[in-house]
Design a protein around this ligand. Structure first.
Ligand SMILES: *Cc1c(COP(=O)(O)O)cnc(C)c1O
Length: 385
């Protein structure tokens, strides 16, 4: 079976992890800040705070903004549930902005209209989470302008997009946002097994993120309420979590970062190859990326009215042919948990149409041209080519 995504671990990665295992620090050692520095430097952000997952990164980013009950967070329905769950962890309400029918990211036009209605109704969101679907950045300049006009914080869900660019800046630079969130799950641009990171240029937010990542405990006398008598004195000044990344994982992350550009180049080459070889099939290809801006986390095609069979039938036949595919995504608002909060089919029709037609094909740096040709010929057979 050819999977839709897969990590690439080489001997250098293994050696880097083994070195940590043989050393003194399995956690809270020097590898974590070294990994943070490598990612911050790559992305051009001032601060990077490593955490145990992308989901933890989203949660901490919301907590750092003091998101709480009575607050509202908006995100894209065409994402992994974690993009919305982070608001619920903080007791805040969630709403969604439907997607653009061309690039499948949050629609800026719909965002603008919805923000105006919300302002008139006196129920504006505090935080907006645009998601860079499949590795293609949202139009951050336009989103930042709207957010500024309405006084809203922006957290980029950049879990797909490490290695991509927007306006010639690396995704994660936070030039148009308060924070950006990464995931290092094995299917993402680089992996640490589980892992995540929050990037920011804001000193205050970085301090809050570091505090909340480790129980809300500080050893910094300037933050303490009482005077300690011993050098071992510490205070818990807020309710934080243990969301730390281990040094074992960080060592893997540092080693993976050295190959990030090569990983993304491989993905781009494979995406171009799909683009050239799928043109005659009755399906819709993703938007082309002539300037190589996307990190190509996903290569998702659409099987709509032009296709001779349904997407679900295509999935069955491709699986039988040994081709792994996936769906990105079940619209968040249609999960039973969100339906219980009042969302229903028809609320975000573009995301729902996309979810009925979308099919994610195998795309990962070690996918060989031979394997990719198997995917293309199986898809061609299935679609009666
Ligand atoms: C992977 C992912 C997450 C969650 O990251 P984890 O590291 O799996 O917790 C959040 N949002 C998006 C868009 C993702 O793809």
């Amino acid at each position: 079976m050819i999977p839709y995504g897969h990590q690439w671990i080489d001997d250098d990665d293994v050696d880097a992890v083994v070195e940590v295992l043989r050393g003194d620090w399995l956690t809270q050692g020097p590898s974590v800040p070294a990994f943070e520095n490598a990612v911050a430097e790559y992305c051009g952000a001032k601060h990077a705070v490593a955490v145990s997952s992308g989901t933890a990164a989203l949660h901490l980013a919301c907590l750092a903004m003091d998101l709480g009950e009575d607050d509202l967070l908006w995100t894209s329905p065409n994402s992994f549930a974690a993009s919305a769950n982070c608001a619920r962890y903080c007791g805040a309400d969630v709403d969604f902005v439907d997607i653009d029918p061309v690039d499948y990211n949050m629609s800026v036009a719909m965002l603008e209209a919805k923000l105006e209605r919300a302002q008139a109704d006196g129920r504006s969101p505090r935080v907006l989470i645009p998601v860079h679907h499949s590795g293609r950045s949202c139009d951050m300049r336009a989103i930042a302008a709207l957010a500024r006009r309405h006084g809203i914080a922006v957290i980029e869900d950049a879990c797909h997009a490490l290695g991509g660019t927007y306006e010639d800046q690396p995704v994660g630079s936070c030039a148009w946002s308060d924070m950006a969130v990464l995931s290092f799950h094995p299917v993402k641009s680089i992996t640490t097994g589980e892992g995540g990171m929050v990037l920011t240029n804001d000193d205050h937010l970085a301090g809050r993120l570091r505090l909340l990542r480790s129980h809300g405990i500080t050893r910094d006398p300037s933050l303490m309420e009482n005077e300690g008598t011993s050098a071992h004195y510490y205070e818990q000044i807020e309710l934080g979590y243990n969301y730390r990344l281990t040094d074992i994982q960080a060592a893997l992350g540092i080693s993976q970062m050295r190959r990030l550009d090569m990983f993304v180049e491989k993905r781009r080459g494979l995406a171009r190859r799909y683009g050239e070889r799928l043109t005659d099939l009755p399906l819709r290809m993703p938007l082309a990326d002539p300037d190589d801006r996307s990190s190509w986390h996903l290569y998702s095609v659409r099987l709509g009215a032009e296709a001779p069979i349904t997407r679900d039938e295509a999935v069955r036949r491709l699986t039988a042919a040994g081709i792994g595919t996936s769906l990105h995504y079940v619209p968040i608002h249609l999960h039973p948990y969100y339906r219980r909060l009042g969302f229903k089919p028809g609320d975000f029709p573009e995301a729902e149409r996309y979810a009925r037609e979308a099919l994610t094909l195998p795309l990962f740096p070690t996918l060989s041209h031979d394997e990719q040709d198997q995917v293309i010929s199986a898809l061609s057979d299935v679609l009666g080519g």
